[in-house]
Each structure stands twice: as structure tokens, then as C-alpha cells.
Design a binder for this molecule. Sequence first.
Ligand code: SAH
Length: 512
Amino acid sequence: MSSQIKTGKVYLIGAGPGDPGLVTVRARELIETADVLVYDYLANPKLLNWARLEAERIYVGKRSGLHSIPQDEIEEILVERAHKGLQVVRLKGGDPFVFGRGGEEISELQADKIPYEIVPGVTAALAAAAYAGIPLSHRSYSSSITFLTGHENPEKQSISIDFKQHGKTQGTLCLYMGLGQLPRILSEFRAGGMAGEMPVGVIQWATLNHQRSVYGTVDSIVSDIESAGISTPAMIIIGEVVNKRSKTEWFEGRPLMGKKIVVTRARDQASQLTALLESNGAEVIELPFIEVQPDINPQLITEILAGIAIYEWIIFTSVNGVKCFFDLFYKAFDDIRCLGPMRIAAVGSATAREIESHHLKVDLIPSKANGDALVDTFIQDEGIESIQMLVVTGNQNRESLVQRLEAEGGAIVDTLPLYKTSKADLSRQPAAERFRKEGADAVLFTSSSTVKSFVDQAAALTLEVDAIKPAYGSIGPLTTKSLKELGLPVGFESKHASLDHFVNATNEYLKS
Ligand code: SAH
């Protein structure tokens, strides 16, 4: 490290309305390189996954039942870290200069002569309108857009805005922080001349998969909000344009919107399944049933890599195996041709994709994603008598694969174990705690081993009385068999054992 003193800097960044896809490229770059991240309640904590592991993360938002950290303390944190020469990212929901107290933080930084940069963000009004399909302006109905706040300062109840004046507008009003004072604000709009039939839309948690909205009129909306059970944070949009919203709800109309689905993490396909479910609108709870850790025998690796070119086939049984193998391979060699002219087999399509990301063709994938199907294909289609094979794998389920290749196929097999999977302790995992409290609409099982882990961990997954009881979904017949054997009722089964089909089956089942 150089001994030069770095100048600290504060980046005041708009974290957008919630969906991590809605922050700017600049915001992401700065999050990735920050030393310190200071974030509040409305900034999605998922954004922190982009940060360096060692970056300091400071939450300054509301804690359940408590107030947020006072503004002067937040400013002190920023100033103190910047004085130490650190790059400080201050993440604020939406845009920092729209009802975000960004101005106050900047004055403090200026007073302390701390360099800063401001990165704008998608403010809640724009996001809520887009995700509800409401055009904020319209050539025939609205030529002005006004951002108002219903709550200037939590310490004082009075507000300086002349709402009556805004009741005269022909344009669109977007009301931030308006729920608490809504009856009073609406009556002032009416006193200013606004019609009781003026359309109103209220959108809670815009852009997130738990977004909900309710529509009504100036006269009806207070009771509509109450019956819909909508609460903060919510954006209130008032104007003729609310009735011009698109008929098909591109966001809230997605099939799994409002559904909570459990998948198991730390399996090869988990992140892909999660992404598919989320793009269909689901809220996904990922339960980490197993932990994957490297399990490396340096001598064995050196021997195998030294003789890597002798193998005619290399078999990968999992994405983890592929990842660990190539990490080690690239440490030992800087030329992919050192792999030799071997052929490559993968047990399933996720594993194959991981291999293909190294620009290597996969020569064999069995039609069913399991070790037995792989051996059958080898014996029937290839003939592996006296062929040298390398199996790259973890600590589970490898014996029968290797044994069948040798005993039935007559192959000469070396095994390269690279990682081990072990049971995770769910009792203190926040995801498991959430499942216990809230339950879910479905739990999806992608293999027999996930069923087994679920049953093994039953004690840490016991639902509280008022939690939603989930349906159990299975990716295919083998998994269904395990569910039945272990006494779990099968809610639905996917027609084909692929993630796309599984998500479709989930959509179908939960629709009813
Ligand atoms: N700086 C933020 C606003 C902060 S004030 C911005 O530019 O968006 C907080 C208010 O913003 C909330 O009370 C709510 O009215 C609105 N808000 C923020 N995020 C929201 C979201 N995801 N959905 C609906 N309203 C939201």
C-alpha cells in the first residue's frame, strides 16, 4: 500500500425506488468500489451485495419500533469517515434531492470542505407511475406534474404548503409521504375546487415484488386505502391521468405477483430459479439448507493436473465442481489447450452451461439430470471399456457413479473431489426466521436431496400458527417420490424436469 494520504470523498447517490435494476450505472460503479456505505430504510439492502466484502456498511434508517438515527449523527458519520480518507457512499431512496434531505447533507460537507459528488436516482413518483402504467403527463389531460410532500418535518405537524392552491390544478399531483395527513390534504384540495370524482391512485412499495396499489377518487380513496390495507411507503397520484393508465398491468399483472415462494439456496440451480420466479413477480425466500466449502487435497490436485491430458473423458457432476476445477486449472496453466483433447460430460444443463462459459463444448449431457442416466448413456452410446476418465465432484453421491462406470462400463476412473457440502444451521438464519413467521405460498423442491434437507431441518422450520401453509412443488417424479416417502403432501409436479417448466407449473398451480 502507498503511504500517500488519500482524500476522502462523499458520494450522495440516488438508490432508486427499490428494484436494484433501476439505479444508474454510475451508482453501481461507486457502490462496487466504496470503502463505507451509509444507507437508509428506503434504499434496497440488495444493493449492498455489489459492495466489496470488506466495505463498512452502516444502516441509518428506521429500526423496528425506533426512530431513525438523527440527521446530525448521519452527517457526522459521513464527515468523520471522509476525513479518514475513505470513499463514502451515501445511499438514499429515490433521488437524494427529492424530499431526501440531500441539501442538508451537502451543506454540512461544504462546511467541512469535503469533496462530494451527487448521482441522481429514479424518484418514487416516476417509478410508481411507470410500474402502475400511469402516464404522468398526457397531451389531452395534463400538462404539468407537481411533486408535493404531505410531511415536511416529522417534528412539526404543521405544513407550509398551500394545498388549496394545488386543488385548482389541471395537471397531475404526486404526493410523497401523504398517507398520514391524507384526509386533511384532500379536504383542502376540495376547498380549492378539486372535484370529488377526481381519480386517485395509491401505489405502495413501487417496483418491488410486493408492490400493491389501489384506485379510487378524491371522495373514496381514504376508505379504499383502508379496505385494501395499504400503508407506507406509498405514492399518491392524483389527476385525470390516473384513469388513463394501461389496462394490462405489466408489473402487478405478472402471474406470481404477491406470491411468496421458498427455494433452497447453495444449490447449483438456485440463483437461476430465483431469477425466473422473481421475473414472474414472486417474492422469493432462499433457504440455505447446505453450505458448500472447498475440500481440497493439494497433492492429489497436483498429480491429476500434471497428468490431465491422459484422460479421454472428464465428467462434471455440478456447477460447483466446474467452478472449483477451473479456478485451480487456471492457477496451474495459462493456456486452455493444456486441458488436452479430452471430451467433456456434464450431468445436467446448469453444469453444462457453466462449462460452456469457458468456451468449451460439452460432448455429452444425459437426457435426465442424474448420475445413473449419465452412466447408462455412456454404456449404451459410447462404450467406455478401458477408457481413462476423470470425475470432478463433491463429497456426495459420487460412489455409485464411479462404481458403475468401473464395474459396468469397464472404465478406468480417477476421482477429483473438490468441495464438500454440509448441513447449514437454519435456526439463526434470517430467511428461515421469516419463513417461520410468515410462511409461504409454495416451497419448491428441485431434487430429492432438497426434500431430505427440508425434512431434516423441520425443527428449525416449524411455522407459527398464523403463517401461510405452503404447497409443496416438485420438479419431477424422483423428487415427488422422495416427498411421498418422507410424508410431505405433493401439491403439484412439473411435467418436465426443467426450471422453465417448473416455474410454469408453479404459475398454474398458484393461479387457482
Ligand atoms: N428521495 C425519495 C423520497 C423520500 S420521501 C425519492 O426521491 O423517491 C419518502 C416517501 O417517498 C415515502 O413516504 C413514499 O411516499 C415515497 N416512496 C419512496 N419509495 C417508494 C416506493 N418504492 N413506493 C412508493 N412510494 C415510495
